[in-house]
Design a protein around this ligand. Structure first.
Ligand code: RAM
Length: 345
């Protein structure tokens, strides 16, 4: 840790205890240094390095807000950094930097499940604790995965909502983020299982990746609309893809005719939900996901969270169930015209 403090002091990555307790921004990332004992504790404080899939994604900005709150309330150092847009190689590079810095815990949302695992394994070998959140790595390279909801819960909510809107017969297409992200692939597996079991005449005609980017999702949705003239619904399972698909449907003059649903933030989809292009948006409390991840990371480092635990109390946010090595945030919510104004994230 002393090597870490020296390095951070030299590089200006964060303000050390007693210098300043306000959040600081750096060219590479953001660091928060505050909380109980921030300016008085003589001992070392735990440093958690939190990585989003991409810093530019509003979903992860919201996670970061919760993470910063946890850092303040729990009295730890938080470094937040990641690629500007989804980039697995950049994620690896940042993890290598964190290994050099000697942070206490790395908490990563993994863009490429297998691609990031070598770097995370190396971190563990150097004594750094590792947790994943949002999208998992290979299971042997981390202690816990902070899961936003069960894959079945997410997949069934999406598939049941699609069937409610389209009926038992019809066509739908899925826009995903990438074909290498573990979370999306798990959800896809369960969406298909639900479809086969309950709605066999609702046909999934295409699956397109959009690299977790809104513009690309819009372009993919535009292509889908012309390639499949009978399409009844687009299901967008990464957050930027939901407004992207809605914009394509709207511009094609097909609002209401081709339904849009997906996993997205209320704030990014409000206007499409209100004008009837997007029927429903499904998500979990992203700020709580950030909070829970940082709280779990800290508890892993101080020894209060251990393998075999069945529940975990995350400070002010509450008590969460642990199933195996998954810490579960809870059930997803459905936002539609009737309730979307009540949510501002
Ligand atoms: C995207 C991210 C994330 C996913 C959400 C729903 O922004 O890729 O992994 O959980 O969407």
């Amino acid at each position: 840790m002393s090597r870490l403090l020296t390095l951070l002091a030299c590089t200006g990555l964060f303000w050390l205890t007693g210098c300043d307790s306000s959040p600081t921004s750096t060219p590479g990332g953001t660091s928060t240094s505050s909380g109980p004992g921030a300016s008085s504790a003589p001992g070392r404080r735990i440093t958690v390095a939190l990585m989003p899939k991409s810093k530019g994604n509003a979903y992860f900005v919201s996670c970061k807000n919760g993470a910063e709150r946890a850092a303040k309330e729990l009295g730890i150092e938080l470094i937040f950094d990641g690629p500007t847009t989804p980039d697995p190689a950049k994620q690896n590079e940042i993890i290598e930097n964190w290994i050099t810095l000697g942070v206490d815990v790395i908490a990563a949302a993994c863009e490429n499940r297998d691609g990031i695992s070598t770097a995370l394994r190396k971190a563990r070998e150097k004594g750094i604790k590792v947790v994943t959140y949002d999208s998992d790595a290979q299971t042997d390279v981390r202690s816990f995965f902070v899961n936003q909801a069960t894959p079945e819960g997410i997949a069934h909510t999406l598939m049941d909502e699609a069937a409610r809107l389209v009926g038992p017969t019809g066509e739908f297409a899925i826009i995903t983020a990438s074909l290498t992200a573990a979370n999306m692939n798990e959800w896809l597996k369960h969406i298909e299982a639900r479809r086969v079991a309950q709605y066999p005449n609702l046909k999934m005609v295409a699956l397109r990746p959009c690299d977790d980017l809104k513009d690309k999702a819009q372009a993919e949705a535009t292509t889908l609309l012309s390639a499949y003239p009978q399409l009844n619904l687009i299901m967008a399972i990464c957050s930027p893809a939901v407004p992207g698909a809605a914009e394509a449907v709207k511009q094609a003059g097909k609002s209401g005719k081709v339904k849009v649903i997906g996993l997205g933030l209320p704030s990014e989809n409000r206007r499409y939900v209100k004008d009837g292009t997007t029927e429903s948006v499904i998500l979990w409390k992203t700020e709580d996901l950030g909070y829970l991840t940082v709280a779990a990371a800290k508890a892993l480092a101080d020894g209060s969270l251990k393998s075999g635990d069945k529940s975990f109390r995350a400070g002010a946010v509450g008590e969460f169930q642990i199933v195996g090595d998954h810490i579960l945030l809870g059930k997803p919510f459905i936002f539609n015209k009737s309730n979307i104004d009540q949510f501002d994230f």
